[in-house]
Design a protein around this ligand. Structure first.
Ligand SMILES: Cc1cc2nc3c(=O)[nH]c(=O)nc-3n(C[C@H](O)[C@H](O)[C@H](O)COP(=O)(O)O)c2cc1C
Length: 195
């Protein structure tokens, strides 16, 4: 598959089969992440790879409990508001990792100015590599939103987060149960040339 084809066929997958992701596939996806550029060649992105379903479920449970206690506010980012609403309504049955077998959290150093940029670039590399391998993926922001939350941090430290790191991004990977889908129509993302 050409890079261009991977870029154009990648979609966010929100329903997964039970098929586990083979170790060698996951290693390729993670390697693609580590080959992303980083500010000043810092290479300080920390990939926390969670494959134990019990740990994914525990992290989700703690996170949804925290979201359920939050107040919905006017003008709140719509995805965060939806997460709070679903957590209040469904509790731990609200599955923001969509039943995927692999949940990867990307952490970076507290106070590092390029932390988000480095993690986002790593993730896109991983999404494109996954697409080439026939593996579905989806960006998952819920743990990033709770990255300073004590209850969530307790679980994250057990998973391997260091005390001087914060979660910048997350993503799930697995075999899609959604079938092939066309790319979404592009209606934004303006390009302005001056030649
Ligand atoms: C920064 C960022 C955060 C996102 N967070 C989530 C998320 O938490 N949960 C989710 O299901 N999708 C998330 N997405 C996926 C977007 O909803 C998705 O990329 C967009 O709707 C376009 O659809 P496509 O990826 O299929 O082209 C996120 C995407 C980005 C770039």
């Amino acid at each position: 598959m050409q890079v261009k084809e991977a870029i154009k066929t990648r979609r966010s997958v929100r329903k997964y089969t039970d098929r586990p992701v083979e170790d060698r596939m996951l290693e390729e996806i993670l390697e693609a992440g580590t080959y992303a550029p980083s500010g000043g060649n810092n290479q300080s992105t920390h990939f926390l790879v969670i494959e134990d379903p019990a740990v994914i479920a525990r992290l989700r449970k703690v996170a949804t409990e925290q979201f359920a206690q939050m107040q919905l506010k006017e003008g709140m980012y719509k995805s965060l508001a939806a997460t709070i609403r679903q957590s209040k309504e469904k509790g731990e049955l609200y599955d923001f990792t969509y039943g995927a077998p692999v949940f990867v959290l990307l952490a970076n150093k507290r106070g590092y100015g390029n932390a988000m940029a480095d993690c986002a670039l790593a993730l896109e590399n991983m999404f494109l590599q996954a697409t080439e391998l026939g593996i579905g993926s989806c960006y998952i922001n819920q743990i990033h939103w709770l990255t300073e939350n004590e209850a969530v941090l307790d679980v994250l430290y057990e998973i391997g987060l260091e005390k001087d790191e914060l979660i910048c991004a997350g993503a799930v990977f697995g075999y899609s149960a959604m079938g092939e889908r066309a790319p979404l129509e592009r209606f934004g993302n303006r390009i302005t040339y001056m030649k």
